[in-house]
Write a protein that binds this ligand. Structure first.
Ligand SMILES: O=C(O)C(=O)C[C@]1(C(=O)O)C=C[C@@H](O)C=C1
Length: 380
């Protein structure tokens, strides 16, 4: 989380209307009530304009047609640019996402598929990106998330693609090899692992349930603090929390929301993962590519044959056009022996002139190129 911002100076604080000595509590609360009235009236006014924008888009079939991720990203970037504190960028972005989520849901809430059950980090990523007014659909697997977006049951899906400590989630990349879906957004989620149990008392714990990834992310803490406790791997952290709910001597490892959903207490108030910066990147998948937001990323898939200089031919058009590459990952193509697919993330949008030229040059050299999507870079 970005640290809360302080007013720039004593002068700034004064001009922001903060008096030198605090008035009595009742008076301050009166001021707060007045501000709340204004905020509420402004939110209602904003919701009215959002409805008007909706109408201006013409008669559209469903909520998915009103959704504009590029506009949402621009709104949130303006929030960050205006922020002079004392609240953090992350917190203000969260508040404005919720307002936009509610404004959009006035037409009809978006339906978002994710890897369930409830309480997973994927569900947290859905809430972070689409807000609480969207309707989450917990699904059994990442494959099912792709299927339900393909067949229109879900408007969008949210799938994990990489973790800062554990690397790529290969199932997700491989699904793009055959799917016709597009990437419409990305979400970065700071992953905080908590030790959760029914009693909340560390001395009661004799066994811990968790997904193997969560055991890996907390291995150091467990070695130092609970070396003798039995570790039982399960299919998801939410499943571990479900099992821990039924026993006094068991605990689970998982996100804060798994604790809420399954009624467990935090045994330790702080997260217990070894890497404080532990972050997972998720992709938003949908059925189309949206226009540029002004700060975008493009993901492409390039199929090449194993021949000398093949990788050089893939990379050089982007270098020639001054396009930065953020990530490159290779996977067997699953189409022909010794044929590879390169997943490449580039700075910019497919509608940019430089990107168009680079992609045209690339197509002339490689077996085939598939644009997976152009989407706004994650806002905090
Ligand atoms: O600007 C629009 O196109 C809107 O529909 C308004 C609005 C908003 O609340 O700001 C709502 C939903 C869209 O996803 C983007 C923005």
């Amino acid at each position: 989380m970005t640290p809360p911002k302080k007013p720039r100076s004593a002068k700034a604080a004064k001009s922001a209307g903060q008096p030198a000595t605090p008035p009595a509590l009742a008076q301050v609360r009166e001021r707060i009530d007045g501000i709340d009235r204004q905020i509420q009236a402004l939110i209602a006014e904003r919701a009215g304009f959002a409805l008007q924008v909706g109408k201006a888009k013409g008669k559209l079939a469903a909520a998915v047609d009103y959704y504009r991720p590029e506009r949402e990203a621009q709104v949130l970037r303006m929030v960050v640019d205006r922020n002079e504190g004392p609240l953090s960028d992350e917190l203000l972005v969260h508040v404005f996402r919720e307002i936009m989520s509610a404004c959009l849901a006035q037409q009809e809430p978006l339906k978002i598929g994710y890897l369930g059950p409830e309480g997973t980090f994927s569900q947290q990523a859905v809430l972070k990106h689409f807000g609480r007014s969207a309707h989450g659909l917990p699904l059994a697997s990442i494959e099912e998330v792709f299927q339900e977006v393909e067949n229109g049951v879900a408007d969008f899906g949210v799938v994990p693609v990489e973790n800062s400590g554990q690397g790529t989630i290969q199932v997700t990349l491989d699904l793009f090899l055959t799917s016709g879906l597009r990437i419409c957004g990305e979400v970065e989620l700071r992953v905080h692992q908590f030790l959760l149990s029914r009693s909340g008392r560390i001395e009661d714990i004799e066994r811990i349930y968790a997904h193997p990834q969560s055991f890996a992310q907390t291995a150091g803490w467990l070695r130092s603090n609970l070396p003798k406790v039995e570790k039982i791997p399960v299919s998801s952290n939410a499943e571990g929390a479900r099992r821990a709910r039924n026993a006094d001597d068991a605990a689970a490892i998982g996100g804060e929301s798994a604790g809420h959903v399954y009624g467990l207490k935090k045994v330790i108030m702080q997260p217990i993962q070894d890497d404080r910066e532990n972050t997972t990147r998720f992709l938003v998948i949908g059925r189309r590519i949206f226009p540029p937001s002004g700060h975008d990323r493009t993901s492409i898939l390039v199929f090449i044959h194993d021949k000398p200089g093949a990788l050089f031919d893939v990379l050089s058009p982007f270098a020639r056009h001054g396009i930065s590459m953020n990530r490159i990952e290779s996977r067997p193509s699953h189409q022909a022996k010794w044929e590879y697919a390169f997943f490449i993330d580039l700075a910019g949008h497919v509608e940019d002139e430089g990107m168009k030229s680079a992609l045209a040059e690339l197509e002339a050299h490689s077996a085939s190129v598939k644009v997976l999507g152009s989407y706004p870079v994650a806002v905090p």
